[in-house]
Design a binder for this molecule. Structure first.
Ligand code: ZN
Length: 245
């Protein structure tokens, strides 16, 4: 951990322990310490171009799914799914805060289910989850294992329709219920901790506009557009930081 971060930990601890209704809003950076690469990072972009000849924004779009499902599933299975990944210190710290009654909700843009794996209950999955799959024709539900074990395009056992992840693709809208839950939680919060996101992806990043509580804390390796608004900015890895609290 950077020396500067170490100095900020007592302040972060004080803010967290004086909050009555904290909410955590997280992005890809929360999962990178669990070995899940960020497909939007520079190396993620490079990898997609080199191996698949396209940008991740296309490979994970509704257009790609509709026009080239074989390519979509190849990229999805090889890059978005990590069944063996384990929660890290950030996931465990947040689960603990919830158990202690300090944290009322986690709003995540990740689809890996690692918050639930760490024991968190109130999780708004803005972009859906890899762990839920469904048939586009008859809506039958399937497991992640089911689609991973099928070669090429996964098909429904019952009707032959394509089975796809319940994950929000580019060009698709966010699930209404999750969005409303996230909005309600953020509006009521007295502390909002934002971690592992550069706040570049809208509309999710716009959720911050609805926060009017006392303390905004940003924990991210790089700068974000909201840094100026925050009471505390920590430029470090989220797992190490929350783990130290
Ligand atoms: Zn079906």
């Amino acid at each position: 951990m950077a020396a500067s971060t170490e100095k900020q930990i007592p302040k972060l601890r004080e803010i967290i322990y004086s909050a009555k209704n904290a909410v955590f809003f997280g992005g890809a950076g929360v999962s990178t310490e669990s070995g899940i690469p960020d497909f939007r990072s520079e190396s993620g972009l490079y990898h997609a171009r080199q191996i698949y000849g396209k940008k991740p924004e296309y490979l994970l779009s509704h257009s790609c799914f509709a026009r080239e499902p074989e390519l979509f599933f190849r990229y999805y299975k090889e890059n978005l799914v990590a069944r063996e990944a384990k929660p890290n210190a950030a996931h465990f710290a947040l689960a603990k805060f919830e158990e202690q009654g300090r944290l009322s909700a986690i709003v995540t843009q990740n689809v890996d289910g690692l918050h639930q794996a760490a024991g968190s209950k109130a999780v708004c999955e803005l972009h859906g989850s890899n762990w839920r799959q469904f048939c586009v024709k008859c809506r039958e539900k399937y497991s992640l294992d089911y689609i991973m074990e099928q070669e090429g395009i996964p098909k429904c056992e019952k009707c032959g329709g394509i089975v796809r992840p319940e994950v929000v693709l580019y060009e698709e809208s966010l699930p209404q219920k999750e969005w409303n839950d996230a909005l309600r939680a953020i509006k009521r919060a007295d502390l909002l901790i934002v971690g592992g996101t550069s706040l570049a992806v809208y509309p999710a990043a716009g959720l911050l506009e609805h926060f009017c509580g006392a303390n905004l804390v940003l924990i991210n390796k790089s700068e974000t557009p909201a840094d100026g608004r925050a009471q505390l900015v920590i430029r470090d890895a989220i797992g190490k930081t929350l783990g130290a609290v």
